[in-house]
Design a protein around this ligand. Structure first.
Ligand code: SF4
Length: 370
């Protein structure tokens, strides 16, 4: 279990490690990167404060590695929120239980209406089904919802409460392709500070969810930390370690990482550890150099110009045309969103931008008739 690896770093002195790294060591690590995953402390060196002196060298290498393993392809997907009912109290989220907002749980007919709208208007074939984390999302509700989505999309991924292996298997059997589950904060003590009530306050159950998904044979799993909560370099390191652990152990699953930064949301906290654009880019480059085959996902939390500038630096997936309100595509545009997005372009505009920059937008990468 990944917890054992994480525990090895409980007493690790990150500051003294960062102080001990030389510029020559960083150069050597950049030179050797690209053939296979780097060792944990080599990866940590790339995340270090001194590592940011080598952004240009890292960027050039990252571009080379990305072209070698992924070509100039960017996979596009859209999110679909079907419920904002949530039993948890995450201090940074607009859907937390104590927020007095209108709650909505789409019925099957409404889910079909949203799916049809997205399929006809956004043209993406990859969808992420999102809910708040609640017992109202029963396996029956999820199963029926996924069955509806599979009529319209070749790839269906869930971002919901963590489930048991057997439950993931039930969903995999009816066509679920993948899972997104963010640990949000790998620092166990801080995790309790930000997750006050509900099942999500169980740190370990969440930590092991990606592994349960892999054991259920899901073909793609996306993880990450929410930047703004814990100490950013440590959190970036732990999320990378988590990827490395999973990639090494589950060879039949594609793993990817997201780098979400806290965004404004209704009645939420202000981030304590702001990640600058510069640090964000350093983390992204470190992920690419350390883990050449890892997918890297940049969502519409980031601004249009920033997203576009990240393209040659290792990105492989973009969300597009995103609406973060329940029923926001075709039913209601007046709900409170989970968080505010920053890139409001529609899918056609993203496709045009990608083509102008010499990239191939991938709307569909998978088809399986079951
Ligand atoms: S982050 Fe997820 S689990 Fe936490 S309050 Fe928001 S919707 Fe609920």
């Amino acid at each position: 279990m990944f917890e054992k690896i994480l525990n090895e770093y409980t007493n690790f002195n990150f500051d003294s490690f960062f102080d001990s790294i030389s510029e020559n060591e960083i150069k050597n690590i950049i030179n050797k990167s690209g053939d296979k995953n780097l060792e944990p402390l080599e990866f940590l060196s790339l995340l270090s404060p001194i590592g940011n002196k080598f952004m240009e060298e890292m960027a050039i290498k990252s571009n080379l590695i990305t072209n070698q393993f992924f070509g100039k392809e960017i996979h596009l997907y859209a999110p679909l929120y079907i419920s904002n009912i949530c039993d948890n109290e995450c201090t940074y989220c607009g859907f937390k239980k104590s927020n007095n907002i209108k709650r909505r749980h789409l019925n099957y007919q409404e889910i079909e209406q949203e799916a049809k709208f997205i399929s006809e208007n956004l043209k993406v074939h990859s969808i992420i089904l999102l809910t708040g984390e609640s017992i109202v999302n029963s396996i029956e509700y999820l199963t029926n919802s996924i069955k509806i989505l599979k009529k319209y999309f070749s790839t269906v991924i869930i971002e919901i409460q963590p489930l048991e292996i057997e439950e993931y298997k039930v969903l995999e059997n009816i066509g679920l392709d993948g899972l997104t589950v963010y640990q949000e904060c790998y620092d166990k003590e801080l995790y309790s500070k930000y997750h006050l009530k509900g099942h999500k306050s169980d740190y370990l159950y969440r930590l092991n969810a990606p592994e349960r998904g892999a054991l259920a044979n899901l073909r793609s799993i996306n993880i990450g930390t929410l930047f703004g909560l814990g100490s950013s370099r440590k959190e970036a390191f732990f999320a990378g370690l988590h990827c490395s652990y999973l990639m090494t152990k589950y060879l039949n699953t594609n793993f990817s990482i997201s780098l979400p930064r806290i965004r404004e949301a209704y009645n939420n906290i202000q981030p304590e550890n702001i990640v600058s654009d510069f640090d964000f880019v350093q983390f992204l480059l470190a992920y690419r150099l350390a883990f050449p085959t890892l997918g890297i996902n940049i969502s519409t939390r980031e601004t249009k110009d920033f997203r576009d500038n990240l393209l040659p630096l290792g990105v492989t997936k973009f969300s597009a045309g995103s609406i973060t309100e329940v029923g926001g595509y075709s039913i209601s545009k007046k709900e409170i969103p989970q968080f505010e997005i920053s890139d409001h372009r529609n899918v056609d505009e993203i496709i045009e931008m990608l083509k102008n920059k010499g990239y191939q937008p991938i709307l569909k990468d998978w088809e399986l008739n079951i």
